[in-house]
Write a protein that binds this ligand. Structure first.
Ligand code: HEM
Length: 535
């Protein structure tokens, strides 16, 4: 029984006793027993007695509910590491949460014991009432999750992902032209171009404009996903029994909200897939794509079960790939505003390797170690998913003598790991030089930032293509400069982040100017050529 439910039982018994008799002695006796019960339970559930990891003091009933911060929790968990160590146990009204503050613990548990650490939390509103658990980000560890992961892996694994380089380069160039023409469009341009890459790779579909419903409806579905999974947003997640109430009952507006969100989710997930399925035989849907790979592997139509897996795998790619990539590019722009000298150094490398007569491409990646170091330093300096996506522990476990209870949410604090001053001296500084051009050192960062074990990000290689294409094109063709205030003074945004699972730097605005007239004409020319090829 959870602390919450046992305390409710206790409170109810006291209330009944109160009604039965008003005898003062009885009341005093009940109150004394009640207090003794709560106190005894508190002692029994104390950390030492349970053998659980250290953490802030546990209060009866609520546990650590009032200690868990809502603003940038990774910063508080990082500070707590000094007091409580690498593994912290929190209790949110009966829900155990384990924070892993060390690389060693994360690897020992999430990588090496991944057979029991690969679940995901179950959220009533998002999973049961709306249906988001059909996509594999929230799916429990099991057969359907495995099937969808396989579909994504076969299209985005390291050995085949080059097939999307053209799309990534083209959209990177369009993005740069877009911000050169209108720097105020930075955020919307990044979002649109990253979504365009994913929609091409998923469905062979070319986004027509920022109003295209194949682009806008999935975005609405993703924004609803964030709302539905925000901690504490829906009471039904705290009291799951509420989902059994009749829908006509006052106070059950969450049923209608769930229906509205479900409709948007279904449209955003199915419509682009149905377009791809219908347009593949006519050649209108481009290939290769994730859908084309699976659809062309069978003679005739897919079974309903296989079609379901394909549709939801595609949806998870968009869900997993859009905000993470967007956050990375915005953090890059922010870093370049704070460290302009790094732009100059990167350009010198690009000019020496690529020259001025062509644009950089993904084929140049292996010859541009400083640009690769910049990309890695962005991941380290501002990991887009600072607390990872929580894993769920499916069995009781013991690690270094610490009891880790079944059902715990396990959160590796990636932010803390990439700021460890022993590994990364002066960790707040953006210093691509710290890798000394070594890919082994850079990989140590990507090994953290893309998650752990069997749940590790399946889009890691695809993401790295998109990010490198955009960053190298921006560096090769533009000066990234601060905007100016009314008095002509440069405005450099402070380094501040939202508190969401995928965090974004706040208020990033910049001014972009072409480095040379030649850079501008190379960009325009490459788009014209690409459109000629496609048409
Ligand atoms: C900078 C870019 C990206 C970063 C930093 C990133 C990071 C992450 C992280 C930390 C996780 C959680 C891993 C875990 O639970 O241990 C994850 C999961 C996931 N990512 Fe990415 N990701 C990125 C781009 C992408 C892209 C482009 C795709 C599309 C192919 C993608 C698809 C997914 C999916 C589907 C999952 C859920 C995997 C599962 O639950 O089994 N991500 N990502």
């Amino acid at each position: 029984m959870t602390a919450l439910s046992s305390s409710i039982v206790l409170a109810a018994s006291i209330a009944i006793a109160f009604r039965i008799t008003l005898h003062a002695n009885f009341l005093i006796t009940s109150a004394t027993f009640g207090f003794a019960y709560v106190f005894a339970r508190w002692i029994l559930t104390s950390r030492k007695m349970q053998g659980i990891a250290p953490g802030p003091p546990l209060w009866p009933v609520i546990g650590n509910a009032t200690h868990i911060p809502t603003e940038s929790p990774w910063l508080t968990f990082s500070k707590w590491a000094q007091t409580y160590g690498d593994i912290i146990h929190l209790d949110a009204m009966g829900q155990p949460i384990i924070i892993l503050n060390s690389i060693q613990a994360a690897k020992d548990l999430l990588d090496k014991r991944s057979s029991i650490y690969s679940g995901r939390p179950h959220m009533v509103m998002a999973c049961d009432l709306i249906g988001y658990a059909q996509g594999f980000v929230l799916q429990p560890y099991g057969e359907e999750w495995r099937k969808q992961r396989k579909i994504v892996n076969q299209d985005f694994n390291q050995s085949v992902v080059q097939r999307y380089y053209d799309v990534q380069e083209t959209q990177a160039r369009k993005l740069v032209l877009g911000v050169l023409n209108d720097p105020s469009s930075l955020e919307s341009e990044i979002k649109m171009r990253i979504a365009a890459i994913i929609l091409e790779a998923n469905y062979g579909y070319t986004v027509q404009s920022k109003d295209d419903p194949f682009y806008t409806i999935p975005l609405d579905a993703m924004s609803n996903f964030s709302k539905a999974t925000a901690p504490g947003a829906f009471l039904v997640d705290l009291i799951p029994q509420l989902k059994n109430l009749p829908e006509w009952m006052p106070g059950t507006g969450f049923f209608q909200t769930a229906k509205d969100m479900r409709k948007i989710m279904m449209e955003g997930t199915w419509n682009p897939y149905l377009w791809a399925r219908d347009n593949l035989p006519t050649g209108i849907a481009h290939t290769p794509s994730l859908c084309a790979t699976t659809l062309t592997q069978v003679d005739g139509p897919l079974s309903a079960a296989d079609e379901h897996s394909l549709v939801w795998a595609g949806s998870a790619v968009l869900g997993g790939g859009l905000d993470t990539n967007m956050s990375t590019i915005l953090s890059f722009v922010l870093a370049m505003l704070h460290y302009p000298e790094i732009q100059a150094k990167a350009r010198a490398e690009i000019d020496a390797v690529v020259g001025c007569d062509r644009l950089p491409s993904l084929a140049d990646k292996s010859s541009l170690p400083y640009v690769r170091s910049i990309v890695t330093e962005v991941y380290r300096w501002a990991p887009p998913v600072p607390l990872c996506i929580p894993h769920c522990l499916n069995e009781d476990d013991v690690y270094n003598g610490i009891h880790l209870p079944k059902g715990s949410l396990v959160m590796p604090n990636i932010w803390h790991m990439t700021r460890d001053p022993n590994t990364y001296p002066n960790p707040d500084a953006f210093q691509p030089e710290r890798y000394d051009g070594s890919d082994i050192e850079m990989q140590k960062v990507t090994d953290l930032v893309f998650g752990f074990g069997r749940r590790v990000c399946p889009g890691i290689h695809f993401a790295q293509g998109t990010i490198f294409a955009i960053i190298s094109t921006l560096l090769a063709t533009c000066e990234i400069l601060p905007t100016r205030d009314a008095h002509g003074r440069p405005v450099i945004p402070e380094v501040a982040y939202t508190s969401s699972t995928i965090c974004f730097p706040k208020n990033v605005q910049a001014h972009f100017t072409p480095r040379t007239p030649q850079a501008m004409s190379l960009l325009t020319q490459s788009i014209v050529e690409q459109e000629f090829v496609v048409n």
